[in-house]
Design a binder for this molecule. Structure first.
Ligand code: AMP
Ligand code: MG
Length: 326
């Protein structure tokens, strides 16, 4: 059910849950301090309660209400990337944020989304928790129709069109003096390093999970996804690939975009994974032959997670390093 920004604000203030657009993916929103509404989000998404939620704020000033003083590097990152696809995990005064939001941790993840309609809602309502608007483990939603596929037409959605980025934010955390990426996302490690002027670690070296959400199966369609490199002949197969490449005699080919356009690939990624379900595809082969640096690394990680299920461990071994935080 499509609703206006004003209707969304009113519903949120009354303790309801609504779906809102962001530049990354659609989110399922509730007032961060309304425990009943926050609980409803976990229940609607079937999200494990040990997976904390990101608190979305309207601007950097609002962060100071939760965390003060802010260290210089946090300030530099926020100034460089907010509003935008960067989520920063920070130690907070735990009395200010319900335990359910933090999943009992002493930290909270914060982000300023870059979408005018949603920023307006946050200005009217205050900080919102807003995990991706999909059933846990399924591909995220990048259009209002995706939200409806997962939650039904009665769930209120503000229509902000298709998400301009199409994959989730990058989640980072400072551990002593070092920044670490807790979840890969639209912002690349290289972009963050450029602002900090120092190296950022991709994952915990000892394989410890920093971001609870990364340990779960994620972004997965019902179809079994395999790597195209396993195939000698594409005849009669369903292929996910790139516009300029020729895949002969396939049953059907879904094109992400050009292989040289990682941003375009992100924009179509979840839509294509969802299309597989819609068209009852049982098995598909993904062309994984693309660079693995910058934004491509996130795309690769999403495809690995999407293809990771009990029936298929085959794609997993392709690049060990990328999987080390699962
Ligand atoms: P999503 O549910 O798609 O919005 O993803 C949010 C991600 O941020 C998940 O992987 C969460 O586990 C992670 N996250 C949120 N808050 C924290 C926190 N305080 N510490 C570590 N990871 C967090
Ligand atoms: Mg999610």
């Amino acid at each position: 059910m499509i609703i206006t920004v004003e209707e969304a604000s009113k519903a949120l203030l009354e303790g309801e849950v609504v779906a809102l657009p962001t530049e990354t993916v659609y989110g399922l929103a509730a007032k961060f301090d309304n425990e009943k509404a926050v609980r409803e989000i976990f229940s609607l998404k079937k999200r494990p309660q040990d997976n904390p939620l990101i608190v979305h704020i309207a601007n950097l000033e609002e962060l100071k209400r939760f965390v003060f003083p802010l260290d210089q590097e946090t300030l530099s990152l926020a100034k460089a990337f907010w509003p935008g696809p960067l989520t920063i995990i920070l130690k907070v005064d735990t009395t200010l944020v319900p335990s359910l939001v933090r999943a009992g941790l002493k930290t909270v993840a914060f982000r300023v989304p870059n979408h005018e309609q949603t920023l307006e809602v946050i200005r009217q309502v205050g900080p919102l928790v807003m995990p991706s608007a999909n059933l846990s483990g399924r591909p995220s939603s990048t259009a209002p129709s995706h939200v409806e596929q997962d939650f039904g037409s009665h769930v209120p959605v503000v229509d902000g069109g298709c998400c301009s980025k199409g994959v989730e934010s990058t989640v980072i955390v400072k551990d002593k003096d070092n920044w670490k990426i807790a979840r890969q996302g639209f912002l690349s490690k290289e972009q963050i390093e450029e602002v900090l002027q120092k190296p950022v670690e991709s994952f915990e070296r000892d394989g410890k999970v920093i971001s609870p959400g990364t340990k779960y199966k994620h972004y997965a369609p019902k179809a079994t996804l395999r790597s195209l490199s396993e195939l000698s002949d594409t005849r009669g197969k369903v292929i996910l690939g790139f516009r300029e490449r020729v895949y002969k005699n396939t049953k059907k080919t879904y094109f992400f975009s050009s292989v040289n356009d990682p941003e375009g690939i992100c924009q179509s990624l979840y839509n294509i994974l969802r299309q597989l379900d819609h068209e009852h595809v049982k098995e598909a082969y993904v062309d994984m032959d693309f660079p693995k640096n910058g934004l491509y690394q996130t795309i690769y990680e999403r495809l690995l997670k999407a293809s990771h299920n009990e029936k298929n461990q085959n794609v997993k071994h392709l690049v060990k390093g990328v999987e080390s935080n699962v």
